[in-house]
Design a protein around this ligand. Structure first.
Ligand SMILES: NC(=O)c1ccc[n+]([C@@H]2O[C@H](COP(=O)([O-])OP(=O)(O)OC[C@H]3O[C@@H](n4cnc5c(N)ncnc54)[C@H](OP(=O)(O)O)[C@@H]3O)[C@@H](O)[C@H]2O)c1
Length: 218
């Protein structure tokens, strides 16, 4: 079975940040950008997000408005969390099919059990969830197109295994600053010899924002 096609999507400030130093990402992208995100969600079979993003903004991870789905089912939702310390009351566990939680053996049995009622919890061996495991599991559930909604640590997991096929970056006309403000990719990072090159597929201007679409398959 071929693995699902993986697309990441982020809104980024002019200085390369995806949220403020206090991890707020609500203030800088536009209505057009939010619409674009929802269009991409509607074209996907599964949405994947890191636990830091879920804790920061409590996103429901639903397509809005629902008319964008054009009769298609809502995409599956998946959260990746090493420690599984997530409240079952988070919106991502609300209405709809059971959200998947990808966690690992580092998560305590109690933390996993706390989510068992609201989520389909999958436990990986070791202390990290590999992007390949996420894609394989989603592929087995029938997903062909997977949208990686960030944040930086999750996107890094896909880059590290060379499993990110493309990325949409909305360049927003704002500077954020802050050494600790998150960027599109965290993790250990590449060095000069191994950095990941991409090819520009499309660019579009709307107002003062640039919508950039890059492929990592050159
Ligand atoms: N502007 C945008 O488009 C955009 C998009 C997304 C997010 N954001 C912002 O980015 C910030 C969050 O970014 P972040 O750097 O914290 O990244 P993140 O990937 O959202 O969250 C990091 C957490 O996710 C879990 N995680 C991620 N990858 C994992 C892996 N391979 N294995 C196991 N666990 C993994 C861990 O969870 P545990 O801690 O639970 O163990 C980790 O601590 C928020 O401020 C959010 O608002 C902005």
């Amino acid at each position: 079975m071929p693995r699902p096609f993986a697309t990441a999507i982020v809104a980024m400030s002019l200085d390369g940040k995806i949220a403020t130093r206090d991890r707020d990402d609500t203030a800088f992208s536009s209505r057009a950008d939010r619409r674009f995100l929802n269009e991409k969600r509607a074209q996907s079979d599964a949405l994947v997000v890191g636990a830091g993003t879920v804790r920061a903004g409590d996103p429901p991870m639903r397509v809005s408005p629902r008319s964008l789905l054009k009769g298609r089912p809502e995409p599956l939702r998946a959260v990746v969390s090493r420690l599984c310390l997530l409240s079952p009351d988070l919106k991502v566990f609300g209405a709809g099919t059971k959200t998947l939680v990808f966690t690992c053996e580092d998560a305590s049995p109690g933390a996993r059990k706390a989510l068992a009622g609201v989520a389909d919890v999958r436990v990986s061996p070791g202390s990290v969830v590999r992007a390949s495991e996420v894609l394989e599991a989603l592929g087995k559930l029938g997903a062909k197109r997977v949208l990686i909604e960030g944040g930086g640590e999750l996107i890094w997991a896909f880059l590290e295994e060379d499993l990110l096929d493309e990325i949409h970056v909305t360049l927003c006309p704002v500077a954020i600053g802050g050494q600790s403000a998150p960027t599109p990719a965290g993790g250990a990072g590449f060095d000069a010899a191994t950095l990941k090159r991409a090819k520009l597929l499309d660019s579009r201007r709307e107002g003062d924002e640039l919508f950039l679409h890059y492929s990592f398959r050159r």
